[in-house]
Design a protein around this ligand. Structure first.
Ligand code: XMP
Length: 322
């Protein structure tokens, strides 16, 4: 383990060479769950370089992906020449999540479903290994004998007791900034992409992550991303480490036209961080927040009538709300 901010000690090229050398010794076939995020993509490319067509990248569309994400990922995998398969599983996930409210239970249900689908696909491919993009904060925060459980991260807490596949976790000892430097060294276009949690939008819908509520948060997240990207491009603010929307189950009274409304609340979250172990809320210009609020309430008239901004650091908060 290292202190945050020690990227200068880390040699990405050396790391890549060493990993490819070690991974070349792995026998048989492997599958990797590719979400398009930096971690899983870097893991897929490293293993792909070592194993070639003996690796299959599986993209599971859980129904909890961001707007336009599946198409972007399919293009990326094709461009990188990674052997891949896209699997549309939205209905299966929404059904599994019916009636589930508790954050840890949501994470575990999603993790288990992921593994179930991987195993199904892996069996068909004839794989005996599962590659995961687990990084150091994932297992440290999952109580792997170091600290108490804060949240069961998707890559760790969701694993069933009996795994049929042997795990390969090439990024297990790296922190986020180190993974980004490896991504840059590999020439991946994902190197500057903001992190996105394994369970996806499911943990940005507080309470039950139904299809309808997920569609609301998907729209809100897209608006937050677009408006903050626009403000960054215009030089109005620095790009935060992460910026997104959270749909709260709280309904409040508002006014729509001249009628009483009773709609949901969206919280906007934007933080600066180095390695996600700690974070500070970002100071977003008020006019940018105002545009975000107006766009969200206009796009989701009669559904969302209140937008709030989260000004909590980590600690005491975490970056995600669940
Ligand atoms: P928290 O919310 O714990 O998040 O402050 C720290 C960073 O991790 C991301 N995150 C996850 N990443 N699987 C992941 O791969 C997960 O289950 C998961 N949960 C949170 C979060 O978005 C932030 O960047």
């Amino acid at each position: 383990m290292r202190n945050s901010g020690s990227e200068s000690m880390f040699e990405p090229r050396e790391f890549i060479e060493q990993q490819i050398h070690e991974l070349s010794g792995v026998e048989g076939k492997a599958v990797v769950g590719c979400s398009g995020g930096v971690d899983s993509t870097v893991a897929a490319v490293l293993v792909g370089k070592a194993m070639g067509p003996r690796l299959l990248a599986i993209y599971v569309d859980t129904g909890y992906m961001r707007k336009g994400e599946s198409e972007q990922i399919e293009n990326l995998l094709t461009e990188m020449g990674i052997n891949h398969r896209m699997v549309d599983c939205g209905d299966e996930f929404y059904r599994a999540m019916e009636g589930i409210q508790e954050p840890e239970e949501k994470r575990k249900v999603i993790g288990n479903k992921f593994i179930e689908i991987f195993e199904r696909e892996a069996e068909e491919f004839g794989a005996d290994h599962l590659v995961q993009g687990t990084i150091a904060p994932d297992w440290i925060e999952s109580g792997d004998g170091v600290r108490d459980t804060i949240k069961s991260h998707h890559n760790v807490g969701g694993l069933p007791d009996v795994m049929k596949l042997e795990l390969i976790e090439p990024l297990r000892d790296l922190y986020k900034d180190e993974v980004r430097s490896v991504a840059r060294e590999l020439g991946l276009p994902t190197s500057e992409r903001q992190p996105f949690p394994g369970p996806g939008l499911a943990i940005r819908v507080i309470g039950e992550a139904s299809r309808e509520r997920t569609e609301m948060v998907r729209e809100a997240c897209a608006i937050v991303e677009e408006e903050i990207d626009r403000a960054v491009d215009r030089g109005k603010m620095e790009r935060p480490w992460q910026y997104f929307a959270v749909l709260l189950p709280v309904r409040t009274v508002g006014v729509q036209g001249d009628k009483r409304a009773y709609g949901y609340t969206v919280a906007v979250r934007a933080v600066g961080s180095l390695d996600a172990m700690s974070a500070r809320f970002s100071e977003i210009p008020l006019d940018v927040l105002e545009t975000i609020s107006t766009r969200i309430t206009n796009t989701m008239k009669n559904k969302v009538n209140r937008v709030v901004y989260d000004i909590t650091d980590k600690p005491p908060g975490t970056i995600e709300w669940e």
